[in-house]
Ligand binder design. Structure first.
Ligand SMILES: CC(C)(COP(=O)(O)OP(=O)(O)OC[C@H]1O[C@@H](n2cnc3c(N)ncnc32)[C@H](O)[C@@H]1OP(=O)(O)O)[C@@H](O)C(=O)NCCC(=O)NCCS
Length: 288
């Protein structure tokens, strides 16, 4: 036996422990949990029943891995992070400290979004980097190489494409789709039911909205819709998109603009309300 298990750790008899593992003091490993070759657990980690920690994973201190969750090979997890039951973390991903990964949504009594039973666990593709104090919800899928900054939040039933960046402190609400290589910068608010295509750029502190009735009347439930943003569009700092707006491909929204109408393809829109003023220079357009 070449594993190194601290005397105070509690390892259930049905747990599967591979070779060369390191299990620090006060860890609890429940039955049917498994730990791959050379995996390392810091002090006080809890691996619930049936959870799988792949070879070479490194968990900091006081990490909790829920029932049946799976960490593929080479995943690193910071101190005090909680991974919800059934969550899948792709190989070589990094999760910062104090994060909550794969939590179930819990609606307020007055919320328009009700509790939804049977939500699928969160899935992260390989090579994702998730910051510290981030919150990712169940029912969401992150592709390969996604970056989520510190204190960002991504709600349930979102589809986040490969290599997307969600900047620090940004919020992505439920049922939103984000295409590959899109970048959302610091502290932007992406409302529920948005469709954002690939290679979109969203500058810091952008606000998007989805309800023109601001919580009143029943008809709002039929009309609720965030903006649709076409491929390669760029949304300037501090701008506001009203509900259901279609931002055309390669549109440029100037900093501080209020977008009240659908925009024109590859045109620069400036002002409050925003108006198209000229073409986007050709050397700024995406190459086909
Ligand atoms: C559109 C933009 C590029 C400026 O365009 P520009 O044509 O070079 O602007 P100019 O400096 O020539 O200004 C032309 C006029 O428009 C005004 N103007 C410029 N930007 C404006 C804006 N965002 N909103 C309202 N008016 C604006 C100027 O005051 C000027 O008015 P004037 O002729 O009465 O003096 C710039 O406003 C912008 O939005 N940049 C994006 C910044 C950003 O959000 N980056 C994100 C990453 S940090």
């Amino acid at each position: 036996m070449t594993e190194n298990i601290a005397a105070s750790a509690v390892v259930a008899s049905g747990a599967e422990i591979a070779e060369h593992v390191l299990i620090a003091h006060y860890c609890v490993i429940e039955k049917k949990a498994s730990l791959g070759d050379s995996a390392k657990l810091g002090v006080g980690c809890v691996l619930a029943g049936g959870s799988q920690i792949g070879p070479g994973c490194v968990l900091g201190n006081y990490v909790t891995v829920g029932e049946g969750a799976r960490l593929e090979q080479g995943v690193t997890v910071g101190d005090h992070t909680v991974i919800a039951p059934g969550t899948v973390i792709g190989r070589n991903s990094f999760l910062g400290s104090n994060s909550t990964i794969g939590r179930l949504p819990k609606a307020a009594a007055t919320s328009t979004v009700k509790n939804q039973p049977g939500m699928k666990p969160l899935r992260l593709g390989p090579d994702c980097i998730i910051g510290c104090s981030t919150v990712l919800y169940a029912g969401t899928v992150l592709g390969e190489g996604v970056f989520v900054g510190d204190r960002a939040l991504i709600r349930e039933k979102c589809l986040i494409g490969n290599k997307v960046v969600v900047g620090s402190g940004s919020v992505v609400e439920n049922d939103t789709t984000i295409g590959q290589y899109t970048k959302i910068q610091t502290a932007s608010y992406i409302t529920a039911y948005m469709d954002i295509a690939e290679r979109v750029f969203i500058a810091p502190m952008v606000t998007t909205t989805n309800d023109n009735y601001m919580g009143r009347t029943e008809k709002r439930f039929q009309r609720i819709k965030g903006a649709t943003i076409g491929k390669g569009a760029r949304i300037g700092g501090g701008s506001i998109l009203l509900p259901g707006i279609e931002v055309a491909e390669e549109s440029f929204i100037a900093a501080g603009a209020l977008v009240t109408k659908d925009t024109e393809r590859a045109k620069i829109h400036i002002g409050f309300p925003a108006r198209p003023v000229r073409e986007v220079p050709s050397d700024e357009l995406l190459e086909e």
